[in-house]
Design a protein. Structure first.
Length: 251
């Protein structure tokens, strides 16, 4: 968590998939910047409550809301609940995601569809749900969490890579649509980050592919999100993809 002066005081941020890992770190970071943070979770109320308690113990404001972001009705209800309780929604971080890895020739259609539904359609549903209020207010920052595998692909992750590549296309299209109303839409593409998703991976070949020679931390991804969400210097950035990857993908 940063110690910089709060720059989101009085604002409200919704972070999807925020009960653990990168999402929890983002929630804490935005709270430290002064935002009231809504911690979205799908099926881990205890973990979400722990994130809220951590934020409150650090002097921040947060509360949790259960919703499956792949479900249109639940997404609409979540955004409605935020607006009814807080009266505004200034920042959306589309972080929720899953993996269902497997070689394409053996991949079940259900594993393909579940990843697309949550990792890509979920971003669409949440973005659409907040768009009316942000466009009316002529202000808002949307940050989508994609991945470096969207840029170079990864064997065994055709579904995940396709979904995350779709997030980049969605980011740029919505950025173009929303810019005239003062709403920015950007993405952060983490590389290999120490998390539950990467805990069981063979680290040796991964580290060999990272110029900085180490895996990243959730806090480093959260810092990039905080910059896009809160820093005045990011006000002129939209449709961009920030790679937090230790130099894995140099363009």
């Amino acid at each position: 968590m940063t110690t910089s002066s709060p720059s989101l005081l009085g604002q409200v941020a919704l972070v999807t998939g925020a009960s653990r890992g990168i999402g929890a770190a983002i929630a804490a970071e935005l709270a430290a910047a002064g935002a009231t943070v809504v911690v979205n979770y799908a099926s881990s109320p205890e973990a979400a409550a722990a994130v809220v308690c951590q934020i409150e113990a650090a002097g921040g404001k947060a509360w949790s809301h259960q919703a499956n972001v792949a479900d249109e009705t639940q997404v609409e209800a979540m955004v409605k609940a935020v607006l009814e309780r807080e009266g505004r929604l200034d920042v959306l971080v589309n972080n929720a995601g899953i993996t269902r890895d497997g070689l394409l020739m053996r991949m079940k259609t259900s594993d393909w569809q579940s990843v697309i539904d949550l990792n890509l359609t979920g971003v669409f549903l949440c973005t659409r749900a907040v768009s009316r209020g942000m466009l009316k207010a002529r202000a808002g920052r949307i940050i989508n969490i994609t991945s470096v595998v969207a840029l170079f692909g990864n064997p065994g992750q055709a579904n995940y890579s396709a979904a995350k590549a779709g997030v980049i296309g969605l980011t740029r299209s919505t950025a173009a649509e929303f810019a005239s109303r003062g709403v920015t839409v950007n993405a952060v593409a983490p590389g290999f980050i120490e998390s539950d998703m990467t805990r069981d991976l063979d680290k040796e070949p991964i580290l060999a592919s990272i110029p900085l020679g180490r895996m990243g931390s959730a806090a480093e991804v959260a810092g990039a999100v905080r910059f896009l969400a809160a820093d005045p210097a990011a006000a002129y950035m939209t449709g961009q993809v920030l790679q937090v990857d230790g130099g894995m993908v140099m363009r």
